[in-house]
Write a protein that binds this ligand. Structure first.
Ligand code: PLP
Length: 388
């Protein structure tokens, strides 16, 4: 769909992208300064596989400030994005046929990475038809082969921040059953309405070396630094050692220039995160307002991230067909719910501009909602709806 949208764009078509998974802000100045200073030094070599010590120091401080958790450098491995961190963890932990529980809706890469390392993804869909995972469904899916559970809150694609009770229960359950819990916290500060994402460490009662709780984080989303490709995992020392062995034989280390940028972001002016959060919260309000008057579309308001995941079953249950239809008729890019393990929904991103959000939803309404005006301008072309 992205490729098709790009082709349309190259032909000069006014495509609106509500599928994007990254904020539009420029990289923080401290990230740029630190990485240019590193480049200027000309001393661009391999770093230790698990990350440069000064970045690890910044991560320790970040973890202390944001999670009230003290970790040691040996508990940290820096990777080329949270994605590589998750890959390393699963590669390290899974034997062939080990099962990984993934609550739906989920980030598209989890099941694919599990399969790449010969594990078996076990998708758990809330039986109440909602978007929030439930312990009752998860515990029912646990088998003697369950090795890992992956939890992502604030959640891509639903935008939900999972309840404190749920985080408490899942941490306690995993510690008791000795199942590894991967907490993907990549959006943890992009939260709205004064809410806060619950930290897994609040309920982890075991020492980090004994605990089965692993957290994943990075600079991609909070600092708008997706292209820098820096993420990290915090885990027991032994696991970090195995992950380091894996990384040695794949990428050797994350680029020192980009690690310097991440260090700059983490130690620099933190108001960039709050500014981004405020912009995104405003965009969330705009998209919710627009969706309110979209006949038949049901949406749970997102508490965080830059996504919402409305239900379009009133119009079409096949999300791929719906997404293709919207691109063809309205020149709006969306992501089909099927990719996230839930049909009948579309993931809409509000990371773009307010104008794009308003115009994108207006075009979608025009294409689908019979109560909306049947004429619209797309670019400078007047379009008439003749299919409802
Ligand atoms: N985890 C989730 C839930 C994501 O949505 C994404 C990116 O879309 C990632 C991880 C990957 O982050 P990174 O850019 O650090 O690899």
């Amino acid at each position: 769909m992205n490729e098709e949208a790009e082709l349309l764009r190259q032909r000069g078509e006014p495509v609106i992208h509500l599928g994007i998974g990254e904020p539009k802000n420029k990289a923080p100045i401290n990230a740029i300064l630190n990485s240019t200073a590193k480049l200027r030094s000309g001393d661009i070599k391999y770093s230790p596989t698990d990350g440069i010590p000064s970045l690890k120091k910044a991560i320790i401080q970040y973890t202390e400030e944001n999670y009230d958790k003290r970790v040691e450098p040996e508990n940290i491995i820096v990777s080329s994005g949270a994605k590589q961190a998750i890959y390393n963890i699963l590669f390290a932990l899974l034997n062939p046929q080990d099962e990984v529980i993934i609550p739906a809706p989920y980030w598209v890469s989890y099941p694919e990475i599990v399969k790449m390392v010969y594990g078996v993804p076990v998708i758990v869909t809330p039986e109440d038809g909602g978007l929030h995972p439930r312990m009752v469904d998860i515990t029912r899916a646990v088998s003697p082969s369950t090795k890992v559970i992956i939890v992502n809150s604030p959640n891509n694609p639903s935008g939900l921040v999972f309840s404190r009770d749920f985080i408490k229960e899942i941490v306690e359950f995993c510690e008791e059953k000795r199942i590894y819990l991967i907490m993907d916290d990549i959006y943890h500060k992009l939260v709205f309405d004064g809410k806060k994402a619950t930290s897994c460490y609040e309920f982890a009662s075991q020492d980090i070396e004994e605990s089965h709780v692993i957290s994943v984080n990075g600079v991609s989303k909070l600092y708008g630094m997706t292209g820098f490709r820096i993420g990290w995992a915090i885990a027991p020392t032994n696991l970090v050692r195995v992950m380091t062995n894996i990384q040695t034989q794949t990428t050797a280390c994350a680029s020192v220039v980009l690690q310097a940028a991440a260090e700059g972001a983490l130690t620099g002016i933190q108001s960039v995160v709050e500014n981004l959060r405020l912009t995104i919260e405003n965009n969330r309000n705009v998209i919710m307002q627009e969706l309110k008057s979209f006949l038949g579309v049901r949406t749970v308001p997102p508490d965080g991230t830059f996504y919402c995941f409305p239900d379009f079953t009133a119009y079409q249950t096949d999300s791929v067909k719906l997404s293709e239809f919207l691109l063809k008729k309205a020149l709006v890019v969306t992501v089909p719910g099927k990719e996230f393990g839930m049909e009948g929904r579309l993931r809409l991103s509000f990371a773009g501009s307010v104008n794009e959000i308003i115009e994108g939803i207006d075009r979608m309404k025009w294409a689908l909602d019979p109560s909306s005006p049947n004429e619209i301008y797309i670019g400078d072309r007047k379009m008439v709806r003749n299919w409802l």
